[in-house]
Design a protein around this ligand. Structure first.
Ligand code: SAH
Ligand code: SF4
Length: 438
């Protein structure tokens, strides 16, 4: 979502004459778009700000030039005051729900007065209504935010505090943005939301539509060949969405569905509001309609009170599901969340050990999944040049990164590709024949 938001910030600043650049050196403005989900992510902001301070001073002292520094995103939202205290060279602090106001904020900066502007409101207006319709093409695979914020309040999570209350964009504006992206060459869309499957956007018929319904509507757009969505909560996997996996061919056979822990005791303490059986039942239903669906998930180890037995239940659940890929993290206490003040914190070494054994298992599963796809011919959407010369890169329907010999004229094409060799995090492929030039 931060990638999507960064692109939108760039759209909103374009009429002022700003254009994106790859390097901060020489830039008139640098915006750090930040993540607050774990401590590691938010600490990075302060070290990065130290580096930017030097650039700003150099621009001023050696080139007589003003460099504006802005901090956006969830660290800005949660720690605006702390940022201005620890990094007084920051000019603008803007939260995730007010970045449509960037032009106004930029105009309030006065280098002579050395003032700072902070806007971390949760405004009445909806930022999406103030973002420009026209924008630069986003490439063959693009993101589209359809839902934001969260009302679930899991005990470890800052999202409800930083992104605010749950909000779904109306169907018509989502469809309009999707059409525009497709007109600009996009063929795959990933629908985004912190709780994307809680989507309930208002439709023309006056009803509120579910994500499943929205996906069916988007699948009718000519030229939109692939759809994905992320991130989902198990409790919001309703039948309409599950059945879409069976009968919407554009919906790719891959789903990121976090559970966090395999222990019902930990799930309850996390306020996830479901058991591991409920999660497994959702996966059974998905596999019944789409047997080849690749599953992904998120796990937290060392949540306060997690015992060896609880952790063993996580490993057991992972063994039961068989993931194609997954993300796992040590529990990171976040300020203001209920779990952070628990006096049952798990020791750092225990967290590290558990993370290591979980990751070993997940890595083995990922490699096994990749290995099992060897020899298959699948469609790849060619997205970009690959790591090595003469190589191109794209994604398989199962979200595997695939590298193959090709050339840049293929970018934007969907090509049948034989998955010839499995690696830990990617596949090597060979194009079988070209079809469907973009
Ligand atoms: N809405 C999604 C997750 C959003 S946050 C869901 O409900 O599953 C993305 C991931 O970050 C989470 O799934 C979780 O695994 C991880 N995460 C969130 N807060 C964390 C914390 N305090 N410590 C460690 N990991 C955390
Ligand atoms: Fe955070 Fe996801 Fe829980 Fe919402 S549902 S509080 S975003 S982990």
């Amino acid at each position: 979502m931060n990638v999507y938001d960064s692109d939108r910030m760039s759209d909103v600043l374009a009429p002022l004459g700003y254009a994106p650049t790859d390097l901060p050196e020489g830039a008139d403005m640098v915006i750090l778009n930040t993540c607050h989900i774990r401590e590691k992510a938010s600490e990075k902001v302060f070290s990065e700000l130290g580096r930017l301070r030097q650039l700003k001073e150099r621009a001023r002292d050696q080139q007589g030039r003003q460099m504006t520094i802005a901090v956006a995103g969830c660290v800005a939202q949660a720690e605006g005051a702390e940022i201005t205290r620890r990094a007084p060279w920051v000019d603008i602090v803007v939260g995730p729900q007010t970045y449509h106001r960037l032009p106004e904020l930029v105009s309030q900066i006065d280098p002579m007065a050395r003032n700072r502007v902070i806007d971390t409101d949760f405004p009445e207006e909806v930022k999406f209504d103030f973002l420009p319709g026209e924008h630069a093409p986003r490439g063959p695979a693009a993101f589209l935010s359809v839902q934001e914020g969260c009302d679930k309040f899991c005990a470890f999570c800052v999202v409800p505090y930083t992104r605010g209350a749950e909000f779904s964009r109306p169907v018509a504006t989502v469809v309009e943005e999707a059409r525009r992206l497709v007109a600009g060459g996009t063929r795959e869309l990933t629908l985004l939301g912190q709780n994307v499957n809680a989507y309930h956007g208002e439709a023309k018929d006056g009803k509120s539509w579910t994500l499943g319904r929205l996906i069916r509507e988007l699948a009718d757009i000519e030229g939109l060949d692939r759809l994905r969505y992320t991130t989902s909560h198990p409790l919001d996997m309703d039948d309409e969405l599950i059945s879409a996996h069976g009968d919407v061919p554009q919906l790719m056979p891959y789903l990121h569905l976090p559970i966090q822990s395999g222990s019902n005791h930990v799930l309850a303490a996390m306020n996830r509001r479901h058991t591991s059986d409920v999660y497994l039942a959702v996966i059974d239903k998905l596999r019944a309609v789409r047997p080849d669906i690749a599953m992904s998930g998120d796990f937290i180890v060392g949540f306060p009170g997690e015992t060896d037995r609880d952790f063993a239940e996580t490993l057991q659940l992972v063994n039961q599901v068989g993931y194609a890929s997954a993300y796992s993290f040590k529990y990171s206490p976040r300020p203001g969340t209920p779990a952070a003040s628990s006096d049952d914190q798990v020791a750092e070494e225990v967290k590290a050990e558990r993370l290591e054994s979980l990751q070993q298992l997940l890595n083995a599963q990922q490699f096994a999944f990749n290995k099992a796809t060897e020899g298959q011919v699948v469609d790849i959407l060619v997205e970009r040049a690959g790591g090595r010369a003469g190589q191109m890169a794209g994604r398989s329907p199962y979200m595997q990164a695939v590298n193959f010999v090709g050339d840049e004229s293929q970018i934007g094409q969907i090509v049948p590709c034989k998955l010839s060799a499995a690696r830990q995090n990617s596949m090597t492929g060979e194009i079988v024949a070209i079809k469907g030039a973009a």
